[in-house]
Write a protein that binds this ligand. Sequence first.
Ligand code: COA
Length: 315
Amino acid sequence: MATTRTGVRGGIVTGWGISVPDKVVTNDDLSATMDTNDAWIRERTGIRERRIGGTTSQLAIEAGLAALARAGRRPDEIDAVVLATTTPDQIVPGTSATVQDGIGVPGGAFDVNAACSGFVYALAVAHGLLAIGAERLLVIGSETLSRITDWDDRSVAVLVGDGAGAVVLEAVDGPGQLLSWNLGADGSLRHLLMCDHGGYLFMDGKEVFRKAVRVVVDSAEQAIAEAGLTAADVSLLVPHQANLRIISAACQRLGIPEEKAVVVIDRYGNTSSASIPLALVDALETGRLQPGDHVLLTGFGGGMTWASAVLRWGG
Ligand code: COA
């Protein structure tokens, strides 16, 4: 971790919030328009329903404002918006600019696109900004995967959802919450999960599944070791929500009991870079995360990319 003249400068999360569209689309709703069924989707993915609608910027603004309110901070106290998204409203400008304007943040704004690993990438980048002097940042994961989905393609349509989650990250003297981080990518696998300009999301589901379990386990193990911990020290696992079977397989290989994993995929489907903050906020709102707990965030996605971070909650 970087140091400043005053020593190590880290960050702590002081506020959090989410936004999801009002419209609930159930598995039965989907089976009314395509050749699928509730039993197949639940058994193969763990998904019961998803939220569909809105724009990436609108969801991000709502989640960001909720996080600011929870932190007791005003928009003008934020130095930058770091927005993880793989579904920007437009190619240019970055969606973070719309979010900056909508929230009224006087500082910088930029997008981070590392697909479904985006929120953990954004969190790592944000800690870098704190280390070089930023005081407060808004880190958001927001997605509208529904807008790049072919709703006649059941291989993708049953999996995706829209939503956003945000945190306020504030600088502290000392190491802060982040004990370790691990970022990775293998662009030779980019054909497994892709979307061209103006096109729809394509996914080689079986191959993504196989690779995802391996990369996420390797990444999480490295982050745990780097934090000086073992799997037994992990109080809570906040994984990317792509498939319940991937979460179960990862828990098994990591030696982390499944009860310690936060699961929101049943309600939201795969919301790409929003899925980890949606799950993190769910854990916070239901009292599953207490000061001093070790929380492991871990995700994977198109690229392929993967990312893990271990936080000691509360700094
Ligand atoms: N509804 C009903 N049946 C479906 C279906 C659907 N939506 N999609 C596929 N099927 C059928 C297939 O045609 C196949 O039928 P067959 O046995 O008669 O040929 C059968 O179900 C099994 O399909 P398969 O593709 O082998 O299923 P799977 O167990 O691999 O599950 C995924 C498919 C997509 C759910 C799974 O591969 C997956 O989750 N992959 C990872 C996806 C992921 O993580 N993406 C995000 C990365 S960030």
